[in-house]
Design a protein around this ligand. Structure first.
Ligand SMILES: [Mn+2]
Length: 345
């Protein structure tokens, strides 16, 4: 799509694709984060209000993170397991905050989508969608959905506004990371419609004891290589702590890069973070993902998934893969021969 599209034109094009449908499946990334959840809730609102479309939200990978579960509960949003759904039952298929063929979404990229709205760099399969709106400069997909709701002159219900405020906040680390003027404008405009107390309860959701055990592993395993930290968390049920640990460790003094890794369901998941805006974490993640895996992301935050060799998932093989990836990460970000020291003493 061209660059000079106005929100009104985008809305008209989206509407022409939605027109006449009665049902739509909105697909989000595996183990969706707040921005994905909020963007799905916003698209559901738009499709329902403008076209009377009944929407379901589907993904694979269970949500474990307490904040995200609290957000889903607050929205009254019951998401469906993609593997249990008959896609042919839906008049339209949409994907938000992700793209077909990306590593973070288990969806056959050969299936043609009607709508793709996302803020990650565009992927080739996305171009075959009937309507796509990809704006990689934007900090959050929620910001893009805000522009559609605004153009449609829809009043955003309090729970949806609250979710969108949270989505923008969490994807941009309170508007400090990868955010644009559009993100700030959306945030400021939605904030008065949001329920600040409900948001407070979501952000401060009670954490299960298992959370602290995983956090402890992330800290115990963290090794400092000059201005870089690497931590391998072992086997986990979901990739959420991998991303969270990478964010937390980046706050260490004099640290410019973090890489956290864990094995989840036969795949090695990896999260990359940097404070260095002149570098591109997305490129490095893509290289680390290699030919067998997936990788990509933004300038300062990125992720990759690498399949473990079949039937060969002994801890020794995994450790070797982690060591190899660590070496490549160190080479891509500075001195490859730096000796690692434990972060915590
Ligand atoms: Mn996002």
């Amino acid at each position: 799509m061209g660059r000079r599209l106005t929100p009104k034109i985008r809305l008209a094009r989206l509407s022409s694709v939605l027109d006449g449908a009665r049902s739509m499946l909105i697909i989000v990334q595996n183990t969706p984060d707040p921005d994905a959840i909020a963007a799905a809730a916003a698209l559901r609102e738009l499709a329902n209000e403008l076209h009377g479309i009944a929407c379901s939200v589907g993904h694979t990978g269970a949500v474990w993170r307490a904040e995200n579960l609290a957000l889903l509960r607050y929205l009254g949003l019951k998401t469906r397991d993609l593997d249990d759904l008959d896609l042919g039952r839906f008049d339209r298929l949409a994907m938000v905050d992700a793209q077909p063929g990306a590593g973070n979404v288990n969806f056959d990229p050969e299936i043609r989508l009607d709508v793709v709205i996302d803020h990650h760099p565009i992927r080739p399969q996305t171009r075959s969608a009937r309507f796509h709106d990809i704006r990689s400069r934007y900090g959050a997909t929620s910001t893009m959905l805000y522009e559609y709701l605004e153009a449609a002159k829809l009043e955003v219900p309090v729970p949806v506004a609250t979710a969108m405020v949270y989505g923008i906040r969490s994807d941009t680390q309170d508007l400090g990371r990868e955010s644009t003027r559009a993100d700030l404008e959306a945030f400021l405009d939605l904030y008065p419609s949001a329920n600040a107390r409900a948001l407070g309860r979501i952000v401060q959701a009670p954490l299960p004891r298992a959370y602290f055990s995983k956090l402890r592993i992330a800290l115990d395993q963290a090794r400092v290589y000059g201005n870089r930290i690497v931590s391998y968390l072992g086997r986990l049920d979901s990739p959420e702590m991998v991303a969270e640990a990478a964010d937390l460790l980046l706050r260490a003094e004099d640290v410019d890069w973090t890489m956290c890794l864990a094995v989840i369901d036969g795949w090695l998941h990896l999260s990359l973070r940097t404070t260095d805006r002149d570098r591109n974490a997305g490129h490095i993640a893509r290289n680390l993902g290699g030919r067998r895996g997936f990788g990509g992301g933004h300038q300062v935050l990125a992720a990759a998934q690498i399949p473990l060799p079949a039937g060969n998932n002994g801890d020794r093989q995994i450790r070797k893969l982690v060591r190899d990836l660590t070496k490549r990460f160190l080479k891509a970000t500075g001195n490859p021969n730096e000796r690692g020291k434990p972060l915590c003493t």
